[in-house]
Design a protein around this ligand. Sequence first.
Ligand code: ZN
Length: 71
Amino acid sequence: MLQATAGVGSQQRVEEFKENTARKIRDLRCPDHHQAPRLRFQGATLRDINVQLSGCCEKLIGLANQKIAAR
Ligand SMILES: [Zn+2]
């Protein structure tokens, strides 16, 4: 018997998205300051989830954005 699990499934996808995104920048450090970027997520669904990056300087944010955008 099938049950509706759309809510659970989409929640799991959000967690996967967060893990995958975090993994992409896990080893990233600023070449100038040797700091790791910080990652925050806002939004409960994949459709409106928002990734916020913070770090020591614009250079690190730019590098982190490139890593996250890469597939
Ligand atoms: Zn820096």
